[in-house]
Design a protein around this ligand. Structure first.
Ligand SMILES: Cc1cc2nc3c(=O)[nH]c(=O)nc-3n(C[C@H](O)[C@H](O)[C@H](O)COP(=O)(O)OP(=O)(O)OC[C@H]3O[C@@H](n4cnc5c(N)ncnc54)[C@H](O)[C@@H]3O)c2cc1C
Length: 455
């Protein structure tokens, strides 16, 4: 049987939020010769990211996607970090009003974000090619890239964008130096074990206290007045944290809450889909006391009454050592017009979910890549050197942005750890509490999280 061969200028692998945003951004720049492949059949409901910050909304606005998202989400006024009984510090997003038309953090499940982006892409007459998994990448004799799909098809592209997430097969293939792979089981762990260019930028080992995480969407037995309706609540105590985030409410049902917490390694591996009793146990151990089901610590015990879905994740920080890989030969004036691979989103960088920044960084990688790559792809002999330099500069900037974001998440986690472990009688606890109540500090925290200074 002959192999089906398809030609395109730009191939995007992965239709998560960053792949979709990159496709929209490129089409808005006039690129029509583009394909996007995605291994899953449909968008997963068990979604991870819940927060879209101001700088990302601005980026999404520039490709015509912000308003539809804002309509579906909750305009979150703040993020609050507390111990199990009282708040320490927080971010107040209204303070951003003089810098952006989005002075809030939008609370919206990642699945809704992806649905809006895919609908927007479809409206531009581009369909995601679903149930198509990329399994191989090879430079062909013409200097272009052949991407093998599990279905047996081969797509030949001048540019490949690896937007295939934390377990990036594209990135694994590149960093292992394998120009060709037919494996369908390339996992992030292989890259890690092989030590191939995707590591913590500060050489830190994985922090096993924070690496295992549970996320779940749940209903509570009653609507406690302390439950947030437009804020993210994070509780830190004894090296453990617990998140409570309201989901957009439908008129016909009670509000669903996203909860998330870490499971330290010494507590053993969590089940893959934790059930009510596992979630309740951890909520009682590390959540805010007002949500406890234990009548000895909470006069009005409250229970998780239902679980919509739940899942476990592993998180840690890592960054690819190259975001742009030139697989082809130097074509014009020492520059290349094809055989280029770009990594964006989780394929290029991952970190802890502290501050809800990961998807935000990836979407901004994607939206900002559009104009630069469209210009590069349209280069002629004379304009290529300049446009190639623009692409190099862009990639360097994105790497700097990723490094600052990774380091911000590390600072957030270390503050949460210090606060969570500080004695109520100790000076650190009270110092942080006083500092955290200063409006200027709360505004600065909002600014750092918004991404407006790190677009
Ligand atoms: C527990 C947890 C909580 C988080 N919370 C937040 C938050 O609140 N805010 C935030 O901003 N971020 C958060 N994140 C991070 C966020 O989920 C990611 O940064 C985001 O999903 C990255 O998007 P992406 O498109 O780069 O990758 P992904 O979302 O992983 O998408 C990659 C896509 O590529 C497809 N794919 C993979 N391999 C192939 C292949 N070989 N061929 C074809 N298709 C392929 C996958 O099926 C997938 O659809 C969280 C992450 C975790 C783990």
């Amino acid at each position: 049987m002959s192999t089906q061969r398809i030609q395109t200028t730009i191939l995007i692998i992965g239709a998560g939020p960053t792949g979709l945003a990159a496709a929209i951004s490129l089409v808005k720049q006039g690129v029509r010769d583009l394909l996007i492949v995605e291994e899953t059949v449909r968008i997963a409901e068990a979604s991870r990211a819940m927060t879209i910050h101001a700088a990302t909304l601005e980026a999404l606005d520039s490709i015509g996607c912000a308003d539809a998202l804002v309509e579906l989400g909750i305009k979150g006024s703040g993020m609050q970090l507390s111990d199990r009984t009282a708040p320490f510090m927080g971010a107040e997003f209204a303070s951003l009003a003089s810098y952006t038309r989005f002075p809030y953090v939008l609370l919206i499940p990642q699945s809704s974000t992806e649905k809006v982006l895919e609908a927007q892409l479809n409206a531009l007459n581009v369909e995601v090619l679903r149930a198509e998994k990329a399994v191989g990448l090879q430079l062909n004799d013409d200097g272009a890239l052949d991407v093998a799909l599990e279905s047996g098809k081969v797509i030949t592209a001048q540019y490949v964008i690896g937007a295939d997430g934390a377990r990036s097969a594209v990135s694994v293939i590149l960093h292992m130096g394998h120009m060709k792979s037919t494996s369908t089981h390339l996992h992030f762990e292989i890259r890690q074990l092989a030590g191939v260019g995707f590591a913590d930028p500060d050489g830190m080992p994985v922090d096993e206290r924070l690496a295992q995480m549970i996320l779940a969407d749940v209903w509570f037995s009653y609507s406690h007045p302390n439950l947030p309706t437009d804020k993210v609540h994070a509780t830190a105590s004894g090296g453990r944290f617990f998140l409570t985030i309201p989901l957009p409410k439908s008129p016909e049902s009670e509000r669903v809450y996203r909860i998330g917490f870490n499971v330290p390694a010494d507590a053993g591996p969590p089940p893959s889909n934790p059930h009510v009793s596992y979630l309740q146990h951890h909520l009682d151990e590390q959540g805010p006391l007002y949500l406890s089901s234990d009548a000895t610590v909470n006069p009005n015990p409250i229970h998780i009454s239902n679980v919509v879905w739940s899942a476990r994740f592993r998180t840690h920080a890592a960054i690819a050592d190259q975001f742009l890989v030139r697989m082809g030969s130097q074509a014009v004036s020492g520059r290349q017009t094809r055989g280029l691979v770009l990594l964006i989103g989780d394929a290029a960088h991952i970190h802890s979910p502290a501050g809800g920044l990961g998807m935000n960084l990836g979407i901004r990688d994607a939206v900002t890549l559009g104009p630069v790559l469209a210009t590069h792809a349209a280069s002629d002999h004379d304009s290529l050197p300049k446009n190639d330099q623009l692409l190099e500069d862009h990639v360097r900037t994105r790497k700097d942005r990723a490094l600052s974001t990774i380091r911000l998440t590390k600072r957030i986690m270390s503050i949460a750890n210090v606060l969570g472990s500080a004695s109520l009688l100790g000076i650190t606890y009270w110092l942080f509490r006083v500092v955290g109540s200063i409006p200027l500090v709360r505004r600065q925290v909002a600014w750092n999280l918004s991404g407006l200074g790190n677009r």
